[in-house]
Design a protein around this ligand. Sequence first.
Ligand code: GUN
Length: 280
Amino acid sequence: MTAEIINGKTTASGIYEILAQRIKDFPSTPKLAIIMVGNDDGSVIYVRNKQKAAEKIGLKTELFHFPENASEDEIITLISRLNADSQTNGIIVQLPLPAHLTTNKIINHIMPQKDVDGFNPYNTGMLQNNEQPYFVAATPLGIMTMLKNIYSDLSGKNVVIIGASLIVGRPLATLMLNQECTVTITHIHTRNIKELTRKADILIAACGVAKLVKKDWIKDGAVLIDVGINRDNGKICGDIDADDVKEKAAFLTPVPGGVGPMTIAMLLQNTVDAYILQHQ
Ligand code: GUN
């Protein structure tokens, strides 16, 4: 068996076409406010990619770039202003933040109706209760969209997630549970991790460790979703060793070109939905 590659770029392009069409009919242009603190290498690239993709579909972005030593008060004051600004439809704070800032304290300030990253406790809580949040986090949403192109029904699937982050692991586990999957979240303290991952019909690696998942971690015919973006000898690679697993897995998302483009497409979809929500 050679794994079929799930092309996130192609799926994202289809979503952009639909979004561009929707925006064309709006009386004004939706706007996403992006708050970045410091110059984390990854964040600089992610933010630039988000702005470029937004521009292409006719969506405005405004970048608020604070220095590394910015205070919580300064950032929260800006968020309060953006919450009240009728021209701003979505607000995100690019993560990670510098260590002196308390991430939850800052992102909890974004009003749930503009929280297009879906990180506010109102949105995560509604998801947890299997009710409709205003927004669901973009990476898990992108992964669910890709999986729905493979499976018409996820009920009963054995899902193992490596990584318990606010951005990916936790919301993704909840989305999968809400689809009646049997979900295991593993993390750095998990013992005998391979015994768990080998049972997965769907394995999601979101831990930020280059090429961690090898062929002896997976079962025959597994669906592998790679969220990692790492560097290995200067070359971009995921958390899954693609060359090692490709003869054993049924499906595999590539890095780059898999989950990454879908994350940006889902963020922009959330921003367009936020515009509609605020114009109802
Ligand atoms: N850093 C890595 N991924 C994300 C994301 O989806 N949203 C935000 N705000 N920061 C991130």
